[in-house]
Design a protein around this ligand. Sequence first.
Ligand code: GLN
Length: 530
Amino acid sequence: MDRGDLPEQNPVDPTRGDGALSSDGPAVRVGEADARPPRDRAFFGHPLGLMTLFGTELWERFSYYGMRAILLYFLTDTIANGGLGLDDALGNAVVAAYGASVYLLSVIGGWLADRMIGARRSVLYGGVVIAAGHVSLSVPNASFSYLGIVLVALGTGLLKPNVSSMVGDLYSRDDVRRDSGFSIFYMGINIGSLFAPILVGIAREIGGYHAGFAVAAVGMAIALGFFVAGRHLLGGAGDVPPNPLTAADRPGVVRLVLAVAIGCLVALGIAALVSGGFTTTTLIDALSYIALAAPVATFWVMFRSPKVTDRERSRLRAYIPLFVAAMLFWMIFEQAASTLSAYARDNTELTIFGFEVSPAFFQSVNRASIILLAPVFAWLWVRLDDRPPTAVKFAIGLSFAALSFLFLAGASALAGDGKSPWWVLVVVYVIQTIGELCLSPVGLAATTLLAPRAFKGQAMALWFLATSAGNAITAQLVQATSGASPTAYFGGIGAVALVFAIAMFAIAPWVTRHIYEGTEVVGATRTAAH
Ligand code: GLN
């Protein structure tokens, strides 16, 4: 994606010398490190372990997005049709709250990996739990369905942050291939996500919702197969927790668990007060408050930890605005599963060149565009001589997300009481994809590099907490604005996001400076800042 992706590119800043030493880890002479050919180049010039993680995540995302493509329809369809019979506003809020919890649980997955079982075993156990969840969803019974979505959320929390941080583990801190490794990994994610809605959609047409969920279960079984068969290629990545618990840590852990439990109860209490009782809305609200509080708490714990060095703290400070931009980006992007799914079903003409398509079809547009546009972006970053730093890419990413909603607002105003033509949503998704390519793979790579060492898995969880918090905002917004026209809804969110994007452009130089100041290895500095 970047100029720094290219193996032949020397990332060392010539003005800064080649002898920068890393203070937290073995000393690295960057110039020397770059002069040696990278050892393991068996998978498209990358370590073979990337193939294992690529295949695992491809199939895990297949199962996740396959399930998610029909989740809203399943929740809101009538019971007679095999659905759960929720009304639309509640269905949208449940899907958003579900997205929030899936990514919220990354915190637990990241913590377990850092402190107890290591990333590799977290991925394995997470995969087993997800597979059990999809199998449970395949059973045509409402209780099994609810159990299934809970299991998928728990398992994804264990798997998702850790499979991503293991990609980072395949590269040394000064390895210029890190960004492009993440771009390849991201391609795997999107190949899986592209085919899932199509296959799951077809299975649903033929055999109903639970047949669709069964296809997702098969995908997850393949993911597990990939991971188990290819684990020996990982070169020990994720085998041991970076900051294992000691007996002396125990009282601290008990305090932490108590604080989290009390926090959850307080959130539930406030939600009960706000909604005047205990209903599904209470749970959704409580989840939203927790999802919004979790990143604040995680940042706080990291800033206060004695295991975090001053330089790491400087990088963390730079991470805060990146986090906010990512949160708003994912808030818009993740509405693919909720409000945009509803727009596809209710406000879009579903005939394309004479063919009737299922509304779930639109979910594949984003993935197809990623696969088509990723090489264009790789070319573009190379052509742009002064490649934009990470912070600017984030601002661009958020701007595109905002523009996608503003465009949809305009199109829905033009449609009036009628339906929008099919290409409107296609354009919306393509605009979002351009933003995603500026923000997401870059964000993953920057997270593995900017993470304090003792918080590897948890830093990756922090990245996914941006998605969780974004979903939490949506869960609140869809309830607060129920009854608003699509034009007002999408236009309002798009306008606010645009203001934040402009602010991000304004503070980008500060962010870049902090990343530079906080990074010891010059090669790493270049990759992180750019
Ligand atoms: N589409 C990407 C994935 O599924 C990004 C998800 C996210 O970070 N919100 O991994």
